[in-house]
Write a protein that binds this ligand. Structure first.
Ligand code: NAD
Length: 251
């Protein structure tokens, strides 16, 4: 598995954490990587680091919640060369007081910042998936094309203190499972990764410490990236989700 040499691979949320590990691993395997992220400084720095080590990468700013921005991003990436692999990975954490606030105030409303976790993880995955399939269909030979969405163990095991994150991550599994039927009669395939706790900016050191104190292993970003690339390069995995939990019980 894992032959990505010469392919153009798009990674949203690619400037940090799991996305950066996917981008770095793909580039090391010979892919031409397009890193998409809101964070210009981190995105440019990663693309420069990858090219300095003799591999191919470029950074293009994208806000996955904004349809015109996602369209421009895909157009720029496809101009590099036709896109083969798409990783819909961008995501943010939830303000974990949101539900408490709602319960405490009779008039409490979900405000835009509260809903941004749903916007980035779910709306962002929908926009990214739609354009991925659109560009795959333009290919004369779409046989090597695939879409991998980053879900979470929260896609199965709801988190009591993260209702909106859990809702968004349940949603992306539904999106991927539906899309597997859309692509079923084509050579394109789709899949999802469902990481458990993985040490990134989104899952900070104090959370890592709390996991370890309970004896729960924490994933490395490279293990999660490896699972994502495995899915992306194996057509037989159409419709499947790989859970990466470093030993944490989830099912
Ligand atoms: P991270 O914060 O290190 O990286 C997320 C990246 O997404 C950042 O570079 C950020 O700038 C970018 N981003 C945020 N909003 C964006 C937007 N609107 N448009 C474009 N880019 C945007 O976090 P991570 O842990 O690497 O998260 C990556 C994915 O993995 C997310 O979908 C997250 O929900 C998922 N995940 C993480 C864990 C974990 O424990 N770290 C576990 C399960 C799932």
């Amino acid at each position: 598995w894992g032959n990505v040499a010469g392919k153009v691979a798009v990674v949203t949320g690619g400037a940090s954490g799991i996305g950066a590990a996917i981008a770095t691993a793909l580039a090391a395997k010979g892919a031409r990587v397009v890193i998409g992220d809101l964070n210009d400084n981190a995105g440019h720095a990663l693309a420069n680091a990858i090219t300095s080590s003799g591999h191919n990468a470029m950074f293009v700013n994208v806000n996955v919640t904004d349809w015109p921005s996602v369209r421009s991003f895909f157009a720029a990436a496809d101009a590099y060369d036709p896109i083969s692999l798409v990783f819909a990975n961008a995501g943010i954490g939830e303000r974990n007081t949101v539900w408490t606030d709602l319960l405490e105030t009779e008039t409490g409303q979900l405000a835009a910042p509260d809903l941004s976790v749903v916007d980035v993880s779910l709306r962002g995955a929908i926009y990214t998936s739609k354009l991925a399939l659109h560009y795959f269909r333009q290919r004369s030979d779409p046989s090597a094309c695939s879409l991998v969405i980053t879900a979470s163990t929260a896609s199965y095991n709801e988190r009591p203190n993260l209702p909106l994150y859990s809702a968004a991550k349940h949603g992306v599994i539904g999106l991927m499972r539906s899309l597997r039927h859309v692509v079923a009669d084509s050579p394109v395939h789709v899949g999802a990764i469902a990481p458990g706790g993985t040490e990134t900016a989104l899952f900070p050191a104090r959370a890592v410490d709390a996991f370890r104190a309970q004896g729960i292993p924490v994933n490395t970003v490279s293990a999660v990236a490896s699972a994502a690339i495995y899915l992306a390069t194996n057509p037989a995995t159409n419709g499947h989700t790989i859970t990466i939990m470093g030993g944490q019980y989830t099912e």
